[in-house]
Design a protein. Structure first.
Length: 153
């Protein structure tokens, strides 16, 4: 896809424990842009990413931006799996990127309760649901394993 705008997205781990973080963005129905490193543990206060995202801005563009975040908290008081609604392949939380976000490096944040999308153009947030991320992170890890096996074969 061709876009007239882009941004670099990081997600900061504010869960209180070490975590594996997966997140995605989709502009309109163009297909998701995914950051998923299932073997990368993000320490508390550190950030996953960057995910380069493309989007369009301007009066003649009517597309929307959708987001997903799933986490596996490995230790600490809130160990477990958490995710927003949707999935890596089908992000569903709408939060629009605008011209002020073009060329920016944006730091979103996640806790076990909330995913916050802090943009130059404004902020959005959505709740995290316990248990949702288990299958989603495992599914993406399996896809990556299959891709590696195909490269070796």
């Amino acid at each position: 896809m061709s876009y007239n705008s882009s941004a670099q997205i990081y997600v900061t781990n504010n869960t209180g424990g070490n975590a594996i973080i997966a997140f995605s963005h989709e502009y309109s129905d163009d297909g998701p842009q995914i950051w998923n490193q299932p073997n990368t543990v993000i320490a508390p206060g550190q950030s996953a990413g960057p995910l380069a995202v493309g989007f369009n801005t301007g009066v003649f563009y009517t597309g929307r931006d959708y987001w997903f975040c799933g986490i596996q908290v490995l230790d600490g008081p809130n160990a477990g799996y958490y995710a927003t609604e949707g999935s890596l392949e089908a992000p569903s939380k709408q939060c629009m990127l605008e011209s002020e976000d073009n060329g920016a490096t944006l730091y979103f944040s996640v806790t076990t309760e909330t995913f916050v999308m802090t943009e130059n153009s404004g902020s959005c947030s959505t709740g995290m649901n316990a248990g949702n991320a288990t299958a989603l992170i495992a599914q993406q890890a399996k896809k990556e394993e299959r891709a590696k096996e195909q490269k070796v074969a």
